[in-house]
Design a binder for this molecule. Structure first.
Ligand code: SF4
Ligand code: SF4
Length: 426
């Protein structure tokens, strides 16, 4: 039986794709706070994903930062109120990212919570930082994972460089660079805390910026705080000083700093709102639980959107209904007048998806083997190395959802049907 492996892919082909930058005008505008919507819908999930029960009674008033829910498992997981308001009950929703979840409904009030007293973070032990990241439920916006769990897992690694990834390589999102522009020193200090907690050898902030903006940022930070990268999408961060690179998000760094220095739980995040249906594309500070439709309305709709994405165009998720709450991990919401889709054709074997794949996979072959249920050969094509970057779908002239197929193959690895194996002699 012939073996197809990724060794068959030439190492001399330039991988990845060139993407247009659509970050303007949002990227050059200041971050703006959203006006409080009348009601927000907060998923009662702690940072580690465990379900929480309401910690207050109906029609109680809560202030921003108060505890709203406590984990059912009693392990200390908390949900904090992102705004001040009146708790009016719960409802179950089907969220496109987190699935079925019970949410607390809060009628917002215009008053804010108090800013905590500044506390010097220099004396915090590694364990204290880890516990604080977990108890405050800080979620890393890069992957939606709890920051405390990530840092604790990385403590087992040797020679690690912790990188705050602000490269934002997809076309529209500019939330990280907006946060860096406003709070570069706080982000760096939060990153330093995270690096200390996990025992990293060093830390830096990775950026992909034009020279002028890079120089402006360098003026705010120390030499060596920034690491500038270039290349085609998706650029994978190289090993730095011979260390393994572990990545966290810029907003997670800022949340860690504010939790440590002011005792503030993360109550929201900066989200890029853009797309051709949006009248005023900008970066908006949004409390968690704000409905997507409220955020879009705040920025103004030039057209009724036919197509709304949670996330950027390469990796975002389409939502049918903008009546869903924002949650930690969403840093970009796009609304478009219409969905431009290439007419669907069969695969013509052009190989563009292969050239685009930065993981040196054979996406069209994975897709074909999956469709033909040739599971043994499929596993030899290493679909589990796919990171879902979307480059293969982007370049496909036949308009095929190549990424979705590769991810389907990846996620089915280990499934009992994938172990049938030998019957695939097609
Ligand atoms: S989505 Fe997966 S298969 Fe497609 S280009 Fe990216 S890594 Fe390669
Ligand atoms: S880019 Fe599309 S048409 Fe070309 S080989 Fe890949 S899947 Fe087939």
């Amino acid at each position: 039986m012939s073996k197809i492996t990724k060794r068959g892919v030439s190492p001399f082909i330039k991988r990845g794709v060139l993407l247009p930058s659509m970050k303007q005008p949002a990227a050059s505008r200041p971050i703006i706070d959203i006006a409080p919507p009348s009601r927000i819908v907060i998923p009662l999930l702690a940072g580690d994903g465990s379900e929480c029960l309401p910690a207050i009674k109906s029609y109680d008033t809560v202030l921003k930062g108060d505890v709203l829910g406590i984990s059912e498992t009693g392990d200390g997981g908390r949900v904090y109120s992102p705004v001040s308001g009146v708790y009016v009950g719960t409802k179950k929703i089907l969220h496109p990212i987190i699935g079925n979840v019970t949410c607390a409904l809060l009628d917002c009030m215009a008053t804010g919570g108090e800013t905590g007293k500044f506390k010097d973070t220099a004396s915090m032990s590694e364990q204290e930082i880890l516990e604080m990241a977990s108890s405050m439920g800080i979620i890393d916006e890069l992957d939606g994972q709890p920051l405390g769990l990530k840092l604790a897992a990385w403590r087992k690694l040797r020679r690690v460089m912790l990188v705050a990834d602000a490269t934002e390589q997809e076309p529209y999102c500019s939330a990280s660079r907006a946060v860096l522009k406003d709070s570069a020193v706080q982000v760096r200090d939060g990153l330093a805390l995270a690096a200390r907690a996990m025992g990293a050898k060093g830390f830096c902030i990775a950026v992909m910026l034009p020279q002028k903006r890079l120089s402006a940022l360098k003026a705010k930070l120390n030499d060596g705080d920034l690491f500038s990268v270039k290349g085609r999408y998706p650029v994978e961060l190289p090993s730095i000083d011979g260390c393994i690179v572990c990545r966290i998000g810029v907003q997670a760094c800022l949340a860690l700093y504010r939790a440590a220095a002011y005792g503030e739980p993360p109550c929201g995040c900066v989200v890029t709102i853009a797309g051709d249906a949006v009248a005023n594309p900008q970066n908006v500070q949004v409390p968690y639980g704000t409905l997507v439709e409220d955020v879009l309305r705040f920025c103004g709709l030039a057209h009724e959107p036919e197509y709304v994405l949670l996330g950027d165009v390469m990796t975002g998720i389409t939502v049918q209904d903008a009546d869903v709450p924002t949650i930690p991990g969403i840093t970009c919401i796009l609304a478009f007048k219409s969905r431009v889709q290439s007419p669907l054709h069969a695969c013509i074997g052009c190989g563009r998806c292969v050239s685009a794949c930065h993981r040196n996979l054979l996406p069209y072959e994975i897709m074909r083997r999956l469709d033909n249920m040739q599971y043994e050969r499929l596993s030899q094509l290493l679909p589990d190395e796919c990171d879902g970057c979307g480059a293969c779908s982007y370049v496909c002239p036949s308009g095929l959802e190549v990424t979705a197929k590769v991810l389907e193959a990846r996620d089915a690895q280990g499934n009992i049907f994938m172990k049938w194996g030998d019957g695939d002699e097609l």
